[in-house]
Design a protein around this ligand. Structure first.
Ligand SMILES: [Zn+2]
Length: 142
């Protein structure tokens, strides 16, 4: 596939929320609810670079916790209900909020990873060897 015939995203948040490919913005990012497709069906971008890890889960729980807790507290203080009522209302509400947020957050993080060319850190041994040689030259001159 010719990568230059596509317009890469300049808005990874919106592209990811829509679940689109960050390279062509036309193909689908997901193959299922949360499973990433192996590659884009339009431009052929290999999604093996994508590794959002537990980032989507962390953000989904963090974002959903505040309104879910507010709802639970309001529900309890307003009606004085027994605990089992929260098991069938507040807990499912929290889970639904998290589930609703997971996919757009995962898409956003994957598209941001592509957009910012983020990858696992590596050690540039060549750079360190050059720095050591320059340091030895400087030490020898003084
Ligand atoms: Zn694509």
């Amino acid at each position: 596939m010719n990568d230059t015939s596509f317009t890469p995203t300049d808005n990874p948040m919106m592209t990811g929320i829509l679940g689109r490919c960050p390279q062509c913005q036309q193909g689908h990012l997901f193959d299922g609810y949360l499973k990433l497709a192996p590659r884009c069906e339009v431009c052929g971008l290999d999604y093996s670079f994508a590794d959002p890890a537990d980032g989507p889960a962390f953000f989904a729980m963090t974002i959903a916790a505040v309104p879910a807790l507010a709802f639970g507290v309001w529900f309890q203080t307003s009606f004085g209900l027994p605990l089992w009522v929260h098991v069938v209302t507040t807990v499912p509400l929290t889970i639904l909020c998290c589930m609703a947020l997971l996919r757009p957050l995962k898409g956003w993080l994957v598209c941001s990873q592509y957009f910012h060319k983020a990858e696992e850190g590596t050690i540039d041994r060549e750079w360190h060897a050059d720095a050591a040689r320059k340091s030895q030259k400087t030490d020898g001159a003084t």
